[in-house]
Design a protein around this ligand. Structure first.
Ligand code: SAH
Length: 555
């Protein structure tokens, strides 16, 4: 959660981006700003909405919403009196008025129940998160079912997801006052058939922290993080969740950050309740507790709660600090490999928010997230002259040359380079008529499927892995690697003689790594392949002589 920053600063930022004066405002007006209402025949796409709410037109909003008009006027008057920036004069009242105006304009949503002490959500980053999940993580056109952990009084994520994407949502809350307000907001929008707000008990970490604070201890804390708490209360009929989202409490209670003024301008932190603001270990603690739950809940096949999660469920979180993203991303990459982890950042400068998501689904070897960044060695040309024996008189066609290139790669793999037990296989072309032009080869490891990447990955880093996450891996029977193992190298051999590049063949590599170990293998292959194919030396002569002998014997 990004209390002080999100609530006021994000929206102050939006206000600032328009400047304090209406003339600035006119200058920055969105070209289609008169289109902001829902009177358009075609509903706006989520991208279009994002573009507009990022740079809202205050004048237009002021014309439509008296409460916003008043709040904007007050803020500008304050600004003149105090000779301060517009941003420094933004109040909770202005923030709420802006949030309500944007929700009404772009989503036909009302937010009547929002008490002063609760967090008022800035719409741009909240909608961005919902949009990212629906457009980048999920690929289903069917109705979506998702869980939001920590509804807040606004119930903002379920409202946005159900109104714009027509998703069904459950959302949990530990703060009964917040959940009561959340339910009222859902009802005010007639969305009760789409959204269910469920009260949950605090997680193990929360119970333990409060048991330490209040002595004598009454009951001992019950195991489980915020996701475990949610599945405990899901209705028996609930279908598997396609995604889990959350905007976690931001601060660790011992940091005291939530009660101290912000460094810099000394402004008080944004209105929020203690449960909105704090969690043991802050936002990192909250996400790691959900990660642990995700591993445990999917380990045991007999666990009845397992049915609430599918293999393809995406677990995700919004984060207020880049350092939190770095920590969490590192742990996820170590445990699950790059194909399972997605991240994105949104918003300018101080107002940036980070989003991280993971899935436990077995990835495909050529998963986009696992693709190694391009490198100059990934594309190279091979000429006919390099391939052909100088002394040979045989006619060497383009097809022969391509076969020769493939043979050299196969021989390279069979030589167990760097100790890697490799195999190379030609895979069929997608189009039949490509045969003369393109050969595709896959290089992978010959390995037993039982190896888990976790064992290989953590070595030096093992002590930095939280112990309770390591525990949660015990007894998992699946590994997080694709069928093909730790890596895959796709090699395309293209005949480019036609393009005027006489005698020229282009080799193009796409490398995919699923673990640190796989990363080492692809490096070895990338660094060796060109030299192996291009060198005309005794090695290749010998290989060919052997082949010829074999042919003669068979002939
Ligand atoms: N989703 C809202 C509110 C986020 S604040 C928004 O983005 O604006 C985080 C919320 O999580 C708070 O309302 C807090 O009460 C709630 N919360 C804290 N611990 C929780 C837990 N274990 N399970 C569910 N909700 C929890």
């Amino acid at each position: 959660m990004e209390w002080e920053a999100s609530q006021q600063e994000q929206q102050k930022d939006e206000s600032e981006s328009f400047g304090a004066s209406s003339s600035d405002n006119r200058k920055r007006r969105h070209p289609n700003s008169t289109d902001i209402s829902t009177t358009r025949s075609q509903p706006l796409t989520s991208c279009e909405i994002l573009e507009r709410i990022e740079t809202p037109n205050f004048e237009e909003l002021a014309r439509q919403y008296p409460a916003f008009r008043e709040a904007w006027k007050d803020t500008r008057q304050q600004q003149i009196q105090k000779h301060a920036t517009f941003s420094a004069c933004v109040t909770q009242n202005f923030t709420i008025a802006l949030t309500r105006a944007l929700l009404q304009t772009y989503f036909s949503l009302k937010l009547p129940y929002l008490e002063e002490q609760h967090l008022c959500p800035p719409i741009p980053n909240r909608f961005f998160y919902v949009h990212w999940i629906h457009t980048q993580l999920l690929n289903s056109s069917n109705q979506i079912f998702g869980l939001d952990i920590g509804a807040g009084a606004s119930c903002i994520y379920p409202l946005l997801a159900s109104r714009h994407f027509r998703s069904r949502m459950v959302t949990t809350e530990v703060d009964t006052q917040a959940s009561r307000l959340a339910r009222s907001n859902v009802q005010a929008n007639h969305l009760s058939t789409f959204i269910q707000v469920l009260d949950v008990e605090p997680s193990y970490s929360q119970q333990r922290a409060s048991a330490n604070d209040e002595s004598p201890q009454t009951t001992s804390p019950r195991p489980g993080g915020p996701l475990q708490r949610a599945v405990e209360v899901l209705p028996a009929t609930a279908s598997p969740l396609q995604f889990v989202m959350t905007n976690p409490p931001f601060y660790d209670p011992h940091s005291n950050e939530h009660v101290t003024a912000r460094v810099g301008d000394g402004r008080a932190r944004t209105n929020m309740t203690v449960s909105e603001g704090t969690y043991p270990g802050g936002e990192v603690g909250f996400v790691l507790d959900i990660l642990r739950d995700s591993l445990l809940l999917t380990t045991n096949k007999d666990n009845s709660q397992r049915s609430y999660l599918s293999d393809t469920t995406w677990y995700s979180s919004m984060l207020g600090k880049k350092t939190s993203l770095v920590k969490i991303q590192k742990i996820l990459l170590h445990l699950l490999g790059p194909a399972h982890v997605k991240t994105v950042e949104y918003g300018p400068g101080h107002y940036t928010r980070w989003f991280v998501a993971w899935t436990l689904e077995q990835p495909i070897a050529a998963a986009p997230n696992a693709k190694c960044p391009p490198h100059e060695k990934d594309t190279f040309d091979v000429s006919l002259a390099t391939l052909k024996e100088q002394e040979s008189n045989t006619v060497f066609s383009a097809a022969d040359a391509m076969r020769e290139i493939v043979n050299r790669m196969v021989a390279f793999c069979e030589s167990t380079p760097g100790g890697w037990d490799l195999m190379a296989q030609v895979v069929p072309n997608e189009q039949d008529d490509e045969a003369d032009e393109l050969i595709t080869l896959h290089i992978q490891e010959t390995m037993p499927q039982a190896i888990t990447n976790f064992v290989d990955e953590t070595q030096g880093d093992i002590e930095r892995m939280p112990a309770n996450i390591l525990d949660a891996l015990q007894g998992r029977d699946n590994n997080f690697l694709p069928q093909e193992g730790h890596f895959l190298v796709q090699v395309h051999v293209r005949n480019r003689c036609k393009d005027g590049n006489l005698n020229c063949f282009q080799i193009q590599l796409s490398l995919f790594k699923h673990s640190a170990r796989g990363g080492k293998a692809v490096e070895k292959i990338r660094n060796s392949l060109e030299g192996e194919i291009c060198r005309t030396n005794r090695k290749w002569r010998k290989i060919r002589e052997r082949e010829q002998q074999q042919e003669q014997q068979h002939g």
